[in-house]
Design a protein around this ligand. Structure first.
Ligand code: ZN
Length: 107
């Protein structure tokens, strides 16, 4: 029952000791863990998100690790998340412009 560490990186967060993001493989299952307070509670933290994004974007890691992430379906969900985040910004701006129109009408 050993977990094979396929990638690890340390990220300087708000704590004095850097957080450790570790990707492991065990029986075809991939786990990505972070040692930050949120990560320890298995809450999705920005350290794990940025590590995966950087690997998929070729900023860190290598092709082998990127392929493993793609095979595990990460590319698809991150692509969709990115799309939704851009949509959220667009909708927020649209709401703002409609509020402006309403406010001008009320003057
Ligand atoms: Zn973290």
């Amino acid at each position: 029952m050993t977990n094979e560490v396929i990638y690890s990186t340390s990220i300087q967060g708000s704590s004095s000791t850097p957080y450790l993001v570790e990707m492991t493989f065990h029986e075809q299952e991939m786990a990505i863990l972070c040692s930050c307070p949120a990560g320890e509670k298995n809450v999705l933290c920005k350290h794990r998100v940025s590590t995966v994004k950087n690997i998929l974007g070729g900023i860190e890691g290598d092709d082998n690790i990127a392929t493993k992430l793609i095979n595990a379906g990460y590319h698809e969900v991150f692509f969709h998340l990115d799309f939704l985040e851009k949509e959220a910004v667009r909708i927020k701006n649209e709401i703002k412009s409609y509020k402006k129109i309403i406010s001008e009408k009320m003057r």
